[in-house]
Design a protein around this ligand. Structure first.
Ligand code: GTP
Ligand code: MG
Length: 397
């Protein structure tokens, strides 16, 4: 009799353990930093359910990862473990050279892969399209979170990042894009560069933490893998992931504004098709609050299928945390197209300026070369900060 009881309990545990299993993969320096930050936040989650991997061509960067993140080095024949020198063609070649080894990352039984990469450098920009394609060909579910470089990093980087993103999104169920530039909407003006990156990483990690808590923590109204799968079903979707923190006495208008108007995303929460939101609070929330949030969502996304969850957390003294994950067919196309147009415009401008210069000044080849060298030196100086791992950047404060 006793054994039977045990068996039943085991079965129940087995059921819970069968819940979604997620692997989070950070690609390149920035991707690794974000995954490292997230893994620290989620260290209490069992690695059976969620594990963290950082893949890079730069072995030094992999060495600085916390123990909670597993490092995976690739392309050593090409890069000698020294990184790509910001060359995304090398990043791509490095990944192609190691396809068979990379496939091993996807062979364990995982329900969902979350890719995180800061586009604009060599490794993330070049290798991410290769990795997500492998995952797609293996029939896996994946969502991606990508940052775009600051505009002051130059047009070349932004072009490379957007070009890579165009390819990446073809292979993913859903993807989300955070322009680093958006940091200016939440940071103080005098913020240092490294603090700005860390702030963005931590904001993003907090959203992801909310999503993972939603999936793994038991709720009064529970959201499970089937629900998440419904949200991310399909291809090339745009994802909207955000969180809002409030007091149970807070004004509902403000809460929904925080939730549905992310300061770090370029696109608004509009015309979503599938929406999941989860409310975590110390006690049972008023039905009024839930229905108000739901109403606001419907207002902005009238055709959305809405799934909601409720979680009680005694540690939340009068606090509420809401996490939202939504997907839409199109939203992101608008800003990206806009951006492309801007780039094209800039291009035309540059060409024009060059033509004028051509007629008026006609620089000597030597002068041009000298200018090129100077601008390359400046670029190198500006970019050297990215080579510094996040934890060192923090120490540099
Ligand atoms: N949000 C965020 N962006 C970062 C971070 N580190 C770098 N970036 C951005 O990501 C771009 C690419 O930098 P890395 O991720 O270091 O480049 P990589 O993919 O490792 O490529 P290589 O080092 O050139 O081989 C930079 O231009 C920055 O805009 C970070 O920790 N957080
Ligand atoms: Mg790097």
């Amino acid at each position: 009799m006793k054994t039977k009881k045990k068996e039943i309990k085991k079965e129940a545990e087995g059921d819970t353990a069968k819940k979604i299993r997620i692997r989070i993969i950070g690609i390149g320096g920035g991707g690794g930093n974000i995954v490292a930050e997230l893994s620290k936040r989620l260290k209490d989650f069992s690695s059976q359910k969620v594990d963290f991997i950082a893949v890079n061509t730069d072995n030094q960067a992999l060495k600085s990862l916390p123990k909670t993140v597993k490092g995976f080095s690739f392309g050593n024949n090409i890069t000698k473990g020294l990184g790509t020198g910001r060359n995304c063609e090398i990043g791509e070649k490095a990944a192609r050279e190691d396809i068979e080894r990379i496939k091993e990352l996807f062979k364990e039984d995982r329900d969902l892969y979350i890719f995180v990469s800061s586009l604009g450098g060599g490794t993330g920009t070049g290798a991410t399209p290769v990795l997500v394609k492998i995952a797609e060909e293996m029939g896996l579910n994946s969502i991606g979170i990508f940052t775009l470089p600051f505009s002051f990093e130059g047009k070349k980087k932004m072009d490379a990042a957007l070009k890579s993103l165009e390819v990446i999104k073809e292979s993913m169920n859903a993807h989300m894009v955070l322009p680093n530039e958006k940091i200016f909407s939440i940071a103080k003006e005098e913020i240092s560069f490294s603090d700005a990156l860390n702030l963005l990483n931590s904001r993003l990690s907090e959203s992801l933490e909310g999503l993972l808590r939603t999936v793994y923590m038991p709720g009064l109204i529970n959201i499970d893998w089937a629900d998440i799968r419904t949200i991310i079903e399909g291809k090339r979707k745009t994802a909207y992931l955000n969180f809002a923190k409030a007091k149970s006495t807070s004004n509902i208008e403000e809460i929904t504004k925080d939730l549905l108007k992310s300061p770090v995303l370029e696109y608004a929460f509009e015309n979503a098709e599938n929406v999941m939101f989860n409310v975590e609070s110390d006690k049972n929330l008023s039905l009024q609050m839930l229905s108000s949030i739901s109403e606001k969502i419907s207002e902005l996304s009238p055709d959305a299928r809405i799934i909601f969850g409720l979680m009680q957390n005694p540690k939340f003294k009068n606090d509420i945390r809401i996490t939202i994950l939504a997907t839409a067919e199109e939203t992101i196309e608008k800003p990206l197209k806009k951006k492309k147009k801007k780039i094209i415009k800039e291009k035309t401008k540059i060409v024009k300026e060059e033509k004028e210069e051509d007629i008026e000044v006609r620089k000597s080849a030597l002068e041009i070369k000298e200018e090129e060298m100077k601008s390359k030196e400046k670029e190198d100086e500006e970019e050297s900060i990215y080579e510094i791992p996040a934890f060192l950047r923090k120490n540099k404060k």
